[in-house]
Design a protein around this ligand. Sequence first.
Ligand SMILES: NC(N)=O
Length: 224
Amino acid sequence: MALSLFLSGEDRWIISLIGAAIAAIFSAAVTHVMKNTGLPILTFPFIILTWFLLLTTYRLVTFKLSPELIPQDLSHWTLNIKGETNWLNGSINGIGQIFFLDNSLPGILLYIAVFSAGWKFGLYAIIGNAEALITSYCLGGEHNLIFMGLYGYNAILTIIGVSIVFKDDQRFAPLTGIFAACLTVPVTASMLTWLLPYGLPALTMPFVLCSWLFLGARKVLPLL
Ligand SMILES: NC(N)=O
């Protein structure tokens, strides 16, 4: 999905299919490398492979980058946080952004799907997205990013991972997940800046980093 969206040209479909096959092999390799850490690989292979393939576009003419991804010079960067504030859209869009969707209908359908998987998943998805909205707004993030859900999707994935999927019997897992989800906001802001000169999307790297941080710390601090 990411490659077909962020590449352009007729060949992008075939490149995306080959990329998906390589992602499966890369996931197997990363699973092997990380098996002794006790940490899940999450979406790490997908992110690294996508970044690698997008960067080939600067050297190999067969690969063409989407005009949407424009590298920017940090010395000319100006932060403009002004823009429409649409809290309803912000509440729905975060979950859609997991699948690169920024319309309300897919967002509502995804919430229904997540609630069908279990009320806890749905409730934590809502809490994670609300936290990201409030934290990014209070910290002075760009309104267009906030209300398109671009801070929300990493918070949703992180709270579900830390509080539900990868918990054993930690009493404080709900609180840990809430804290981890808040942390995705500054981590996302930082990642976006790191990647600005390359024109790359942050994808789910903030989710991977914040989840590894808390799941790893849990091995030493079991109450987390
Ligand atoms: N899944 C995303 N939006 O990276």
